[in-house]
Ligand binder design. Structure first.
Ligand code: AMP
Ligand code: GLY
Length: 427
C-alpha cells in the first residue's frame, strides 16, 4: 500500500519517516517534499495549493491514505474534495478546520461547549476595539481572526503595544482580510504545552504531550518564530492535568463538533496554558504542530499508518492502545541567520552524512533543497530539526546538541536551552 504525505517541512519529514516504518506500506510519497522526505520515500512535484492535482495523483496511484501536513489545504477544503472523489484522506473537512481557520469560530465554539479558555471579545471595527482595550487594561492579547501564518498574535503588556496591534489590523491592514476582525483576550499566565489528539469523529487518542519554544533566542527572548525546538513528553503535563485535558477539553470538543454536524476527523492540536486553575486552551489547530511533531513521533512506538487509517475509517475504538517509548525526544531547530526576519538561501549544509548510523539521532529536513551540484542547501527560515532520544530528558538534550554540533552552514543559529524548562521541574 502507498501513503501520500502533503507538505514540505520538518513536520512532513517526521510524518514520512514514521509512516515508512509501517510494515503495511510499500511506499511513502511526499508532495512536494524536501531532500529529507526523499530519503524515506519518493517526492512528487505537486504543490500544497494544487488541491485538484493532489487528488488526481492520489487517484491515479491508488494511494491508500493521504495525510495532510499543513493547515492551508485543510482550511481550503482538500478533505471535502477528496471525499467527493471517494479518496481516503486523514484530516478535518473545511467546516471543522474552522477551529484553526477562524479564532472567533474557535472561541465561540469553546464558549458553547464549556471548554476552558481565556475570556474574550470579537470586534470588527477599530473604534470599539480601542474602547474595549481601554476598559479591560493590560496585559491583554490581540489576535487577527483569520490565518496569519503564526504572526497575528500580540501579547501586549502596555496600552501603546495593544493600540499598535489594533492599528496594524484595522489601519495598515498588515494581515489583510485575516485582520478585518480581531479577537481580544484576557492574558493567561502559566506554562504552555501542546497535545495532539488523533480523532475519528466520535472519539480520540492523545499522543504524548510536548512543549514548543516559540521565541527566537534563549530564555524566551526575541521575536516569535514558528518554533525553535520542542520536547516530548512535557513534564508540566502531569497525569492529573493530562486527564483533565482529555475530559474537559478534548472530549467536549469532539462531542461539540459532532453535535454541530461536522464530526472532527484528523489531528486536533490543543495549544494549552497550564494555569494555577488548570489547563486552558490558547488555540486549537487542525493539524500537527511543527516542530512538536519532530519530538512527538520519535517517542511513539505504535504504527502510525494503522492509527491514522483507523481514525479515517471512524474505527479508533478498535485501536489496541498506544505504545509509547519511555525515552523522551528533544528537537533543536537550526535556523537561517536572520530568521524570523529576512535571511539568505542557498547556503551549503555540511555534516548531514554523519547521521546515518545512530537510531537515537534524527535530522529532519525543513527548509532544505538540492542545488544544481546536488549539494543540500538552505531554502527556508527553519532549516533542520535535530531530534535526540535518551533514557531521560537530560540525555535526550545532550544527544540532540551532539547532533547539532555535527552540522554547519553559514549563518546558522539555534537556541541553546531547548528542554531546560523540563530539566528544571522538580520530579
Ligand atoms: P497563537 O498564535 O494563538 O498560538 O499565539 C501565539 C502565542 O501567544 C502563544 O503560544 C502564547 O504564548 C501567546 N498567547 C496567545 N494567547 C494568549 C493568551 N490569551 N494569554 C497569554 N498568552 C497568549
Ligand atoms: N509550533 C506551533 C505550531 O505548529 O502551531
Amino acid at each position: 500500500m502507498k501513503v501520500l504525505v502533503i507538505g514540505s517541512g520538518g513536520r512532513e519529514h517526521a510524518l514520512a519517516w514514521k509512516l515508512s516504518q509501517s510494515p503495511k506500506l510499500t511506499e511513502v510519497i511526499t508532495a512536494p517534499g524536501n531532500p529529507g522526505t526523499a530519503l524515506v520515500g519518493k517526492n512528487v512535484d505537486i504543490s500544497v495549493g494544487d488541491l485538484k492535482g493532489l487528488a488526481e495523483f492520489a487517484e491515479k496511484e491508488g494511494v491508500a491514505l493521504t495525510v495532510v501536513g499543513p493547515e492551508a489545504p485543510l482550511v481550503d477544503g482538500i478533505v471535502d474534495l477528496f471525499h467527493k472523489r471517494s479518496l481516503p484522506i486523514f484530516g478535518p473537512v473545511q467546516a471543522a478546520a474552522q477551529l484553526e481557520g477562524s479564532k472567533d469560530f474557535a472561541k465561540e465554539f469553546m464558549r458553547e461547549f464549556g471548554i476552558p479558555t481565556a475570556k474574550y471579545r470579537t470586534l470588527d471595527n477599530h473604534h470599539d476595539a480601542i474602547a474595549y482595550v481601554e476598559k479591560e487594561g493590560v496585559p491583554i492579547v490581540i489576535k487577527a481572526d483569520g490565518l496569519a501564518a503564526g504572526k497575528g498574535v500580540t501579547v501586549a503588556h502596555d496600552v501603546e503595544t495593544a493600540l499598535h496591534a489594533l492599528a496594524e489590523c484595522f489601519e495598515t491592514k498588515v494581515f489583510g482580510e485575516a485582520g478585518a476582525r480581531v479577537v481580544i483576550e484576557e492574558c493567561m499566565v502559566g506554562e504552555e504545552a501542546s497535545v495532539l489528539a488523533i480523532c475519528d469523529g466520535e472519539t480520540f487518542v492523545s499522543l504524548p504531550s510536548s512543549q514548543d519554544h516559540k521565541p527566537a533566542y534563549d530564555n524566551d527572548q526575541g521575536p516569535n518564530t514558528g518554533g525553535m525546538g520542542a520536547y516530548s513528553p512535557a513534564p508540566v503535563m502531569t497525569p492529573d492535568i493530562a486527564r483533565c485535558v482529555d475530559e474537559e477539553i478534548l472530549a467536549p470538543a469532539i462531542r461539540g463538533m459532532k453535535e454541530r454536524g461536522t464530526p472532527y476527523v484528523g489531528v486536533l492540536y490543543a495549544g494549552l496554558m497550564i494555569t494555577s486553575e488548570g489547563p486552558r486552551v490558547v488555540e486549537f489547530n487542525c493539524r500537527m504542530g511543527d516542530p512538536e511533531t519532530q519530538a512527538v513521533l520519535p517517542v511513539l512506538e505504535s504504527d502510525l499508518f494503522e492509527l491514522l487509517t483507523l481514525a479515517t475509517e471512524g474505527k479508533l475504538r478498535e485501536h489496541p492502545g498506544l505504545v509509547v517509548s519511555s525515552r523522551p525526544g528533544v528537537c533543536v531547530v537550526l535556523a537561517s541567520g536572520g530568521y524570523p526576519g529576512p535571511y539568505n538561501k542557498g547556503e551549503v549544509i555540511s555534516g548531514l552524512e554523519k547521521f546515518a548510523a545512530d537510531s537515537d539521532l534524527m535530522a529532519f529536513h525543513a527548509g532544505t533543497q538540492f542545488n544544481d551540484r546536488s549539494e543540500t542547501v538552505t531554502a527556508g527560515g527553519r532549516v533542520l530539526g535535530i531530534t535526540g532520544r535518551g533514557s531521560n530528558i537530560e540525555e535526550a538534550i545532550n544527544k540532540a546538541y551532539q547532533g547539532v554540533s555535527k552540522l554547519s552552514f553559514t549563518g546558522a543559529h539555534f537556541r541553546k536551552d531547548i528542554g531546560k524548562k523540563a530539566l528544571e521541574r522538580p520530579n
